[in-house]
Design a protein around this ligand. Sequence first.
Ligand code: HEC
Length: 114
Amino acid sequence: MTIKSFGLALGLAIVCMPLAAAAQSGGSDDIDLASAAQLFKNNCSACHGKKAQGVASYPKLAGQDAAYLAGKLQTYRAGEMVGPNSVLMIQNAKDLSDQDIASLAAYISTTFEE
Ligand code: HEC
């Protein structure tokens, strides 16, 4: 490959990358219910229950609205204590992206019966 065409290919790759990413996720802040369902199943349901019904000291999430859930997840992600067992949630929220939080909040608030 000549230097010139390498430069062109690189330029194209840079221009196309954000487009490809946007096409894949539907935009960075878009709600992705399918991946939220997967996240919930893998990372949340062990404590909060398969139906977000809660058990013992793990609070019920079903019946909460999306804004409340997202607010809590942002607070935990920031490392702030909310209740006596927040450490457990801080661990679980620290790697969530804004999109994960928005999607999880939408998913949980619309999927489970109170
Ligand atoms: C290791 C067990 C555990 C896991 C896994 C877990 N949580 Fe929690 N969660 C808790 C506990 C315990 C609390 C209460 C923490 C406190 O005392 O502040 C909580 C609180 C919450 C709250 C606040 C509820 C309220 O009524 O204020 C939300 C929202 C929440 N979790 C969502 C999630 C989501 C979404 C996931 C998956 C990404 C998740 N949790 C994974 C144990 C867990």
